[in-house]
Design a protein around this ligand. Structure first.
Ligand code: FES
Length: 110
C-alpha cells in the first residue's frame, strides 16, 4: 500500500491510497484526480499522464526508461522538467509510500 499526493496547479491537493499493482496514473484516474487524462490507457502513446515528481522523491522514483524519455522529449505544448515522468510508467509499491507528484497545468493535445 502506498499513499500518493497529487498537487494541482491551483495549490489544492488530493491524497489517494493505491491497491496492489497500480501505477501513479491508475491511482489518479481511479480517483478522478483532475489533470491526469491518460487517454491511451497506459501504453505510453499519448503523454497525457505527464506529471512532475516532487524533487525530494525524484531519486527514489528513478529516471525514465529510454522510450519514456524519448516520449517526454517529444511532448508539445507542455513544460517538460528534469523531474517529468509519465505517470503510467511508475509502478507503485510500499517503497513509494508518501510520494508527492505535481499535476501539470496542461497536458499535450488536451
Ligand atoms: S497514459 Fe498515455 S502515455 Fe501514459
Amino acid at each position: 500500500m502506498a499513499k500518493v499526493t497529487y498537487l494541482q496547479p491551483d495549490g489544492t491537493s488530493r491524497t489517494c491510497v493505491n491497491f496492489e499493482g497500480m501505477t501513479v496514473m491508475h491511482l489518479a484516474v481511479g480517483n478522478l484526480v483532475d489533470g491526469i487524462d491518460a487517454l491511451c490507457g497506459g501504453v505510453m502513446q499519448c503523454g497525457t499522464c505527464h506529471c512532475y515528481i516532487a524533487p525530494e522523491w525524484s531519486e527514489r522514483v528513478g529516471p525514465p526508461s529510454a522510450d519514456e524519455a524519448a516520449m517526454l522529449e517529444a511532448l508539445e505544448g507542455v513544460e517538460v522538467r528534469p523531474t517529468s515522468r509519465l505517470s503510467c510508467q511508475i509502478q507503485l509499491s510500499e517503497a513509494l509510500d508518501g510520494l508527492v507528484v505535481e499535476v501539470p497545468a496542461e497536458q499535450p493535445g488536451v
